[in-house]
Design a protein around this ligand. Sequence first.
Ligand code: NAP
Length: 323
Amino acid sequence: MRAIVLEKFGGLDSLVYAEIPEPEPLEGHVVIEIKAFGINHAEMHMRRGEWAEAAQVSGIECVGIVKSCPGGEFPVGAKVAALMGGLGRSINGSYAQFTRAPASNVALIEAELPWAELAAIPETYATAWTCLFRNLEIKQGQTVLIRGATSSFGQAAVKLAVNAGATVIATTRSAARFAKLEAMGASRVEIEGPDLSKRIAEAKQIDAVLDLVGNSTILDSLAMLGRGGRACLAGWLGGLAPIPDFNPLLQMSSGVYLTFFGSFVFGTPGFPLSDVPLQAIAADVAAGRLDAKPSRVFSFDEIREAHRVMEANEANGKLVVVH
Ligand SMILES: NC(=O)c1ccc[n+]([C@@H]2O[C@H](COP(=O)([O-])OP(=O)(O)OC[C@H]3O[C@@H](n4cnc5c(N)ncnc54)[C@H](OP(=O)(O)O)[C@@H]3O)[C@@H](O)[C@H]2O)c1
């Protein structure tokens, strides 16, 4: 089969097309004929060698058709999504014609949508949904701040939170992007910056912060919460450097919660993929209740261009590759 392999760690030229053997059926696993896949920052970090592990074939998610499933967990021919479970990290991933994912990391996604639109859903929406409704436990009427909201993850979170009846405040570094976030239902947009807690009108009254800027802003996110408020750290748009000299005694408010989510736990005990209503999310998209359209769709031959767009911060939403 055709695959895109990581020839070395580094720039765009590390991604190279090659013929490699198709994955064989294996008990507890699903071989998927890949129709489309989303592009993720994780794959950029793996390409650069910034993460602990990177498989020969990158790609942490895909949508496609079940080719074989010896355990019978999914019918052959079913439309499925696969994400995480080591894909692209410890086992070959989705930058190929076929992949073999653990059954624990596969979900039916039967909605009547073009493959490119289906492919924009799995990783982004599963993660956004889990952060909002599990880690942050957001409820109708609460005020939720989403930092790094123009990212594809952020946009998904804005839309899900708005649909859930929360009042959403979104952040971007660029005033030119305010209108886009307002059109998604954000009640207000703030300029992203490390001192936001000092500028924001709702200081000490925010119920929840989904922080995708990351380690550089999470303490500021904690500083704007009201009592019982939660901040979820789930993205690193501001860089992977650790929080220097974190001293909760001096830097944390009383009564606030700090929580973390990494989608690599999907499919492990305690984090079954079945917890996430992927099928219902896809149905909402198909019915027009949720807009999950990718911002750019690339062909399989354009992987370097897709990574370039992601790296140049030109994505403006979810990037998807179709076969
Ligand atoms: N926890 C998890 O399981 C999980 C899962 C998926 C993704 N993630 C992480 O979530 C983040 C978003 O991923 P994505 O694929 O959705 O990203 P993306 O769409 O490529 O994000 C692009 C956005 O990032 C913002 N940005 C870039 N550099 C920034 C900086 N230095 N400070 C603040 N904002 C910056 C830009 O916003 P403006 O220019 O508008 O400010 C841009 O619109 C990544 O860090 C990714 O690794 C985590």
